[in-house]
Design a binder for this molecule. Sequence first.
Ligand code: TXA
Ligand code: MG
Length: 321
Amino acid sequence: MMETGKDLEKARKLLRNGDLVAIPTETVYGLAANALNPQAVTRIFEVKNRPSFDPLIVHIAGMDRLNELTTNVPDAALKLAEAFWPGPLTLLLPRKPVIPDLVTSGLDTVGIRVPDHALTLELLRDLDFPLAAPSANPFGYISPTRPSHVEDQLGTKIPYVLDGGHCDIGIESTIIGFENEEIVVFRMGGKSLEEIEDVVGKVQVRDHSASDPRAPGMLKSHYAPRTRLKLVDMEDLLDEHLLTERVAILSFRDSFPQIESERQFVLSETGDLSEAARRLFSGLRELDRHNPGLILAERVPDYGLGRAINDRLRRASAGSD
Ligand code: TXA
Ligand code: MG
């Protein structure tokens, strides 16, 4: 049976033993294992039902541990790490052989980040290995932002959830790689494009392709509820025609008196994108639980964290028409 608690020593013991522990981060909960132990890493793929071509992010306690795992770190990467670690930014860097192939799906780069969560940083500081951790959800489903989300879905499969409360940011890390002289954003996330460009200048944003295994993390249908989801603008939301189906509504700031309250979820009444990001995944889970025929999700303003929110909604809608 799974337990949930704040016992760091218990978490460390399990991890040293090759077991999995769900850990809190500022973005989403991660499903962690010793990144240097191939058997432990294999368990992550099994428990998540994740295809082996989708590589994992490695979590470290601080920049001082970067040298053990990576080589030839570009200057721009160092600048970004200095500016934003600990924080919601993953850097794809040339890996050293100590990182098992399984972690990177055979790629020659490894995704690394320092998570900004006190409990997990304390956990990492006293381990002599880094933690590989994808989001702690079954592959393709919505990422967990509270311990109960992990319990609901992985409760029978892992022994322990380290309870760090609700995730502050609520959306996964921004992933950045370096190709020749280019800085490339592979996934929009908790660190906005504007903040990144303030530090390193103009970057490229790589568009998602549905099925290119060389562009992992870019699978189009992802972060999805079970219910069909459609991404729409406000004018469509107000269209009577759409309201005839048994719909649920995920809106940015407005609520809809003509729809029962349990079939709508407002991301931020004040129109605050950080609050919207923080509430996005629990909102989707809540609506999904009521089994509506369709979720209509409103596109949010496309700047700051809004870009990452729209990206997740777009991918959640990819499976349905
Ligand atoms: O905020 C986060 O990043 C959370 C927390 C737990 O740290 N983790 C997370 O992991 O979102 P995951 O596995 O759900 O998503 C990581 C994405 C994957 O889709 C993977 O394809 C991509 O990062 N990725 C990892 N290593 C990569 C690499 N070397 N090259 C390209 N993409 C990589
Ligand atoms: Mg994930």
